[in-house]
Design a protein around this ligand. Sequence first.
Ligand SMILES: *Cc1c(COP(=O)(O)O)cnc(C)c1O
Length: 519
Amino acid sequence: MPESFSPRPPAHPPDGTADVPGSLDPQDWQALRAQAHRMLDDILDYQQNIRQRPVWQPAPTAVRDSFQQALPQQPQDLAAVHAEFMRDILPYAIGNAHPGFMGWVHGAGTPVGMLGEMLAAGLNANLGGRAQVPVAVERQITHWMRELFHFPENASGLFVTGTSMANLIALLVARSQALGTEVRRQGLQAADEQLVAYASAGAHKCIYKAMDVAGIGGDFLRTIPLDACFRLDMAALEQAIAADRAAGFKPFMIAGTAGSVDVGAIDPLPQLADLAQREGLWFHIDGAFGALGMLAPDIAPHLAGIERADSIAFDFHKWLQVPYDAGFVLVRDGNRHFDSFALPVAYLSRDLRGMAAGSPWPCDFGLDLSRSFKALKTWFTLKVYGTEQLGRMISTTCVLARYLAQRIDELPQLELLAPVALNIVCFRYRCPAEVNADLVNAATVVALQESGIAAPSTTTINGHLAIRVAIVNHRTQRADLDAMLQATLRLGAQTLASGIGRNGQGAFGSLGLRQDAAE
Ligand SMILES: *Cc1c(COP(=O)(O)O)cnc(C)c1O
């Protein structure tokens, strides 16, 4: 091979100039390989042995302070930087990969998803568009999601960061359905009347944010009360729509929730679909975690009606355990979706052949131009595990939630605060009438988190602070729930005995639960 084709510069150019002075590739690939294998082993060790770690631990001050350094000017050994990661970063993550993590709604990730993500980073594909099979992989996922949700051939799909963004994309399509694509040039001046949307009081706040960002205004998201099962109250919704029409507003969208963030409730989807059809409104579903319950034969029937939505927003990074982030939006009318975002520009012109072929591109369906290959880790996850196993895993989290609810029912110190619809259990530690139970339960959750045993979170149910366990973690087992309950009983009793919640006494100060470490 002639010298000029040498793929890399000589290791130590005698005159200090390399053929490719700007290249960031290693001079010694062999050494990089060895280090890379060590890094892969370390992170696989983390996943394999995660049970031996606390779910979470507060980072010592010295560790937190070590992230306030000046911009590094000189190179450092990869091995040294990795050692710093192992010492100062890995132990102090939030711990959602751990089986004891049951707070908020976080997926746990899988080794397979991680490897898919590693390959995507190595390929460094930009999924904005162009003639490349990575885009076909994303279309393959869209195809699979059409199949799963019984959507038509013409439906479009797009990977986004998460359901917050997916809800925004869907809302913008609904907006252009209501006002025509005029709205893209003229803004909301294109509207004669104020747009109004509807969601339940249990809907995620990102829908409010989407109304805000879309320029429609958060006040014009009507909050519809819940029924006794925490589902949107249909009669109240009908009244709200009628009242808005009478007042001269323009209702345009109903956002149903399939798996509410607080309790996992599923709105009455068939009735919502009927009403949206009668009223000529866009029917969107926020199914952030719940929608993929379609993979579980025992949960799918509860989601009946989802196939009638105009758009669905959901996350692969929650119940499907794909590593963060991997949100998705599916839109029934792909043309409407395209018309809501596509913009012809010279530097993105299309062709029938060459690298500019394959239009439309993902960038025509959303806000992002440069996009990561989120589809790959999702594709690996779906292919390697298959939908049957993934569905069983999802079912299991619901079985575990029912097991937990039953245990709570049997324990006189605890009470359930909401029925268990799917995989979320809300309960609290009972307190005597003269004690502020909210303060006791809040402090108990902090103590649980700091114990490293289990990590539930909190929410408010009918005005009461609830300990909220969301089982979105394929690693969680009965023993983890038992350990969480045992710790709750112990720490709840300790909290109560400490005087928290009496005579206005709040948490912290008297509990002595690893406050030193938290500082
Ligand atoms: C998690 C969640 C969201 C937000 O999704 P992100 O992926 O965090 O943006 C929205 N709605 C519901 C019901 C959720 O559970």
